[in-house]
Design a protein. Sequence first.
Length: 439
Amino acid sequence: MKKYSIWLLAIGILLLTACSDYNETVDTNTLTIALDFPDEVEGTMEGIRVELKSIGHEAIFVDTTNAQGIAIFQVTPGIYEASSSTTRMQGTNSILILNGNSGQIIVKGDEPQVSASFSLKSSKISQLVIKELYNGGVMKDDGKNFANDKSFILYNNSSTTASLTDLCIGITAPYNSQGNNYWYDANGRLIYENDGYIPALDGIWFFPNTLAIEPYSQVVVNVHGAIDNTLTYPQSVNYANADYYCMYDPEAGYTNTSYYPTPSEVIPTTHYLKAVKIGIANAWALSVTSPAMFLFQTHDTTPREFATNINNMAYTPGAAQTDINKIVKVPVDWILDGIEVFSAAHVSSNQKRLTSTIDAGYINLTNQHGHSLYRNVDREATEALPENEGLLVYGYTSDPCGIDAEASLRNGAHIVYQDTNNSSNDFHERETCSLRNDK
């Protein structure tokens, strides 16, 4: 009886302690986020979704703005980042995407009220989008990573033929999202955001001829290893396809044969992209963990003239003005699409590189496992196409809309992909690169 009474007493004390801990209130700070709308945008500022992310903890808080365009959060001390995306009709036919990002907001314990604000930048939807990016590689039998088989897929997300001249591809600094980023000012803002450019790192690639893409059709571009990689690494990708394009230009200085073996003989030499090397590397260093890649077209100049014009050059802030630190300034107005990738293995140290007009969010990648980053389907727009009746395949759980895009495409359906200029909304991590399903 004594033992029994003692155990009951101990259990009672534990329960009281647990209840006391559970009911204990945690001091929070009030964080107000004010959105600044472009002058040309009409309509109410109320009801705009604002996401607040806790840096290093992946906690996400959501609120909507009041009539003054302000969202209010109750948070504990820490480092946060706010973002917002919405659309607005401009006139009768034009749709504007509005995106914004606050940069880092520091909430200190001795500041019960903290205020922050950021501007929503307007941009239009592009006909050409990045449908898929495969860059993380696969695991070899010896447990090491093979990542010299990168690629991306461009897609005409419209019902009219896309005809693109002087189409270029760039990556921005730093190579990895978790790397030291010297492009932030003292206020935690990217220094080029208000200067209207994105720094292109290492070099740019471009299509030497006009690229025509039929409606709801795609073009595959190999970055490294334009061969049948599955002969050596069965989980990799076979790029021996006459329809594919590849980045291959040893004359530009990209001569590392580990990255650039001679392309498969079935790929026409007219499908070889050209390059202008800006830095000192012998291979274009598309990150295996977390690149920030973008598409652009030069205006009133050729890609080669643009990338070799000294007036377009700059250097990493605070670094020596040498080739290793050189970048070329790509005007934001030239950029068609972009994707910001964060490393899933470096949650607390990832930082944005693309500005909010290009990509207001990011998509996480777990590399080394053959995963790719795949654009979500715009379900409403896709189902609205009358030619898709009976052709769409459902049940794909990785895409929030549930449509299996690849299976539907094989059925002959036309897919409209989501494009809000925000990778957090527009992409998901796919278990395998879609090209592995090609027969």
